[in-house]
Design a protein around this ligand. Sequence first.
Ligand code: MG
Length: 155
Amino acid sequence: MSMKMVELLQSRGVAIDDIIDCVAYLEEGFSGNPLDRKQTEENILEILAKREVEHAIRTGIALDVMAEKGLFEDKLIEDVIVRDESLYGVDEVLAYGICNLYGSIALTNFGYVDRVKPGIIGRLNDAKDGECHTYLDDIVGAITASAASKSAHNR
Ligand code: MG
């Protein structure tokens, strides 16, 4: 099932390698060793295989796509999502659902990644005109934070 999620993320411009880069950024300084990219990829695929994670990804991307296409009946909230208004916050709440599966380290990592926005997370956040990744940047942040939490617990 995780391959479906890999393809869905890819269709929105996010490669697993981009997420591994974010984990590497987050892990810098925590462990003295360079990140084991193969192990990190396995951790990410395990995260993507969880049903709750799949549902969060599908929901977030569906909302982004609906906002892009102007399909919301409620134009006020559509506009808030398209503009990625800083006080909206529902996108982060959906992403917490992923972090909650991986303990408090995942939650604190998520807060950090959300502030710093490394790599692909920053690129999604600065989405071009016509693209909306209001939910996806947080979902990728949560997957990154959860993968880093998994590797911390495995150390
Ligand atoms: Mg967001």
